[in-house]
Ligand binder design. Structure first.
Ligand code: NDP
Length: 317
């Protein structure tokens, strides 16, 4: 009975895998429709410079998913010693190509390449990552745009789970260009009252405890503890951090610790978000798991952005 009561008081899980599959199905339907009605197949080009293993995994998954959903895709793998000018020349070529709808340059780029110059060289109409200053500016103006994929995925997850955003107090911890700032803009567009916190914020727990929706995009394993969370709040964990320490895993994962220890024994590490999962389970109303939460939505939203870019650029309804 006791354990049942404990079970009942646990946070519900927001299932990123289910929502990602749903979005991918919708995109595949849209791609098929564009092909049959307009004879158009949206095309995504992914550019990787160097051979960072994590980037190779991400790029592989983007190309594979494009193909699964019926999009055309192209992968450019450039050596690590590529210069900024060489990369810019490729971006210009892709901008000019009529058949290319989306251009994604996988970040981070090797040291020595001027990342911002490359981002700014991409045609904003083909900027499916939503990082070009024109798209960032449009987002800040509240205009419909190609929004960055992880933040757009967070909004989909909330809306499809029936979490009410309008009027809610949303607190975003983290102010990066790729997650914190854009997700705050998207929440504001949907009429949340938004607070953005960062490393200089005073009394962080005092602020995060006011959140109906708490978004953690910090990059520190298990940083958001029970004391940061308002009872019943919806907690979105964007963090992807690797830990290999067994003691830390026991402390973070509660009932799930044994399974995570097995993963560490087999693979040398396991993934944890920025939210302490065992403590969030006791306090939050809903939370995203890591893995299986926000991470899976990023690629699904990239596919949707590519289709949207194709539709706008080609003037389709
Ligand atoms: P950044 O390092 O760019 O930004 C981290 C933010 O956290 C900064 O704004 C920083 O504040 C803030 N911060 C750091 N320490 C504290 C603290 N003690 N208290 C309050 N705020 C703090 O990270 P990203 O936004 O790129 O990524 C965040 C996490 O999300 C990472 O774990 C990353 O791996 C993951 N991620 C996951 C994605 C997915 O698809 N699921 C996609 C992108 C990222 P300040 O600005 O003051 O330094």
């Amino acid at each position: 009975m006791k354990s049942r009561a404990k079970e009942e008081s646990r946070a519900g899980i927001l299932d990123g895998a289910r929502v990602a599959e749903e979005i991918k199905r919708e995109v595949a339907g849209e791609v098929a429709r564009m092909k049959s009605e307009h004879g158009v197949r949206p095309c995504l080009v992914v550019v990787q410079v160097g051979d960072d293993p994590a980037s190779t995994v991400y790029v592989g998954s983007k190309v594979r998913t494009s193909e699964e959903l019926g999009l055309l895709s192209e992968r450019h793998a450039l050596p690590a010693d590529t210069t900024t000018e060489e990369l810019l020349a490729l971006v210009h070529q892709l901008n000019e190509r009529e058949d290319v709808d989306g251009i994604l340059v996988q970040l981070p780029l090797p040291k020595g390449i001027e990342e911002q110059r490359v981002i700014e060289a991409i045609d904003p109409a083909k900027d499916v990552d939503g990082f070009h200053p024109v798209n960032v500016g449009r987002l800040a103006l509240g205009q419909a745009v190609l929004a960055p994929c992880t933040p757009a995925g967070i909004i989909e997850l909330l809306e499809r789970a029936g979490v009410i955003i309008a009027g809610a107090h949303a607190v975003v911890v983290g102010r990066s260009q790729i997650v914190g700032r854009p997700v705050a803009q998207l929440l504001l567009q949907r009429d949340a009252t938004v607070t953005i916190c960062h490393s200089k914020t005073r009394d962080l727990p005092g602020i995060t405890r006011q959140a109906d929706i708490l978004i953690a995009a910090i990059g520190r394993p298990g940083f958001i503890r029970g004391e940061h969370i308002k009872p019943g709040a919806t907690v979105i964990d964007v963090g992807i951090n690797r830990i290999s320490d067994e003691k830390a895993a026991r402390e973070l994962f509660g009932d799930e610790a044994e399974r995570r220890l097995e993963i560490i024994a087999r693979r040398g590490s396991t993934i944890v978000g920025d939210v302490h999962p065992a403590e969030a389970d006791r306090v939050a109303g809903l939370r995203t798991p890591v893995p299986g939460g926000v991470g899976l939505l990023t690629v699904a939203m990239l596919m949707r952005n590519t289709v949207e870019a194709a539709r706008r650029r080609r003037g389709l309804s």
